[in-house]
Design a protein around this ligand. Sequence first.
Ligand code: G6P
Length: 608
Amino acid sequence: MCGIVAYIGPKDATPFLLEGLQRLEYRGYDSAGVAVTGKGAGLKLRKAKGRVADLAATVPARFKGSTGIGHTRWATHGEPSDANAHPHLDNAGRFAVVHNGIIENADQLRARLTAEGAVFASETDTEVLVHLIAAHSAEGTDLEEAVRSSLALVVGTYGIAVLDAEQPDRIVVARNGSPIVLGIGEKEMFVASDVAALVRYTRQVVHLEDGELAVIRAEGFRTFTEDARPTTRQPSTVDWEIDSYDTAGHAHFLVKEIHEQPAAVERTLSGRLDERFATAHLGGLNMDARELRDIRRVKIIGCGSAYYAGQMGAQLIEELARIPADSEPASEFRYRNPVIEADTLYVAVSQSGETYDTLAAVQEVKRKGGRVLGVVNTVGSAIARACDGGIYLHAGPEISVASTKAFTSTVVAFALLALHFGRINDLSPADGRRIVEGLKALPGQIREILEQEKEIAELAAEYANCQGMMFIGRVRGYPVAREGAQKLKEISYVHAEAYPASELKHGPLALISPELPTVALVPDDELLDKNLTTLGEIRARAGRVLAIAHRAPDPKLANHSVLVPRNEPELDPLLLNIPLQLLAYHAAVALERDVDKPRNLAKSVTVE
Ligand code: G6P
């Protein structure tokens, strides 16, 4: 959430800053700004409410400076506006700061700095940082020293980059809870809050640790702790492909990522299926069979789509391993003083590996002595590092705010975990083989569903103008309904509600009318008859039904049907979800929404 970029080297910083910000726009997109400096050049600043393209339009051709920082914002303190956009400057216009995170004691610091004469130009918490740095910069003070002593007074989370017009040969960056990545070039250095902004320029990167700072110069960098002890950081090589960050001919990242799912699932499964013992190999769990046998309960935590993927994961674990499992929003879990049990395995789910609520929940479990595994897409991310072990998704970068391929890969990762667990407990070799074969069939079956895109797009256009939509599913179908409703809400802004099909008659049936169609998950399983009865109840009240099914229900029970191939009953939810992604996407397109950057949202929410 919020994107940060910085450049120092022989070239003009602005082109990299603007391009980098565009690549990070998915992290926040309500306002943006850049500041550059150079030898004897003073500080130049441009900020604008709106998208990075709006900012770029205001930057003059002669906006020269070989040292620069930039930011794209997702508002927390103060509305999106030119004044609240970053970078923020001190009153003398010497320092500029960009910040990602939240300064919790901003009010106290603001009062103190105001009393000392600082004049604030914005409502942001960030602005206290720049006034603090100015206040700590007596004659001749190194920028790193001023930043370090300022941060010592700050409570909260931050990734920051700081520019000083009087020391234009350096940029100081710091990380505490919000990612900062250094990119190493040839006699030039880059900084970003995410490698997405860097891969076009360098593959050599250093991820700062929490509590670490760095001084960046064109020739290199130096890292150190908050109390000035030097640290040694070896660069690593980014292996994600550059074209992952382009729409590659697709109209949006979202539809590109939907179509990448067969390949993403193949990568999640790659090297992890053990046909001989009909189980899964999961080298990163850091737990042997004996330790896993002692687990009596599994608690899954995550936010948004990660939480819903966790619900599907909990069902897989209960069904295949017969271990009680449930999923809870990490944002709730962390605040309810959870009881942490020694024989419970905690599993944190996160595409980005940055979501602050999920990270805080992991820290809470660990503080109380619990064991946490991560199901994470981003290698080396904060959540991955905070966990005791885990499963990387290898789904590739996900750019669109709404999660699709990471969601699917997460459920596949849970199927692997459930299979592994199950085969250590009581799952028979025959059932293990059944699941191994089912998993192998998934990529091809997802491709089959994606071939129906045209028909689903037509249905989406027909249903998009409704008042709202009801999504229903029973048992395995219920988390699918929840994720389907979430996807539609996020990107099309059509109100959608998910309900267990069994609960419809206990309240929401009152809402059913021709204006509120129902999307019903109707797999051909042991609950089929119950689901068909529910469809009859909806049709009897003039409700319209779109069924996602293995076999088309009688036309009296469903106005339309989308058919998906049959896998194993435990894995069917994964496939039932795919048409719902296409439905949400094409509804959003029909309504001319900004599909990849839905209003008010951001991809990774690194604040509370
Ligand atoms: C945000 C995004 C959601 C996402 C959630 C969790 O709210 O808008 O799409 O599901 O964060 O993200 P994570 O990176 O932890 O999976």
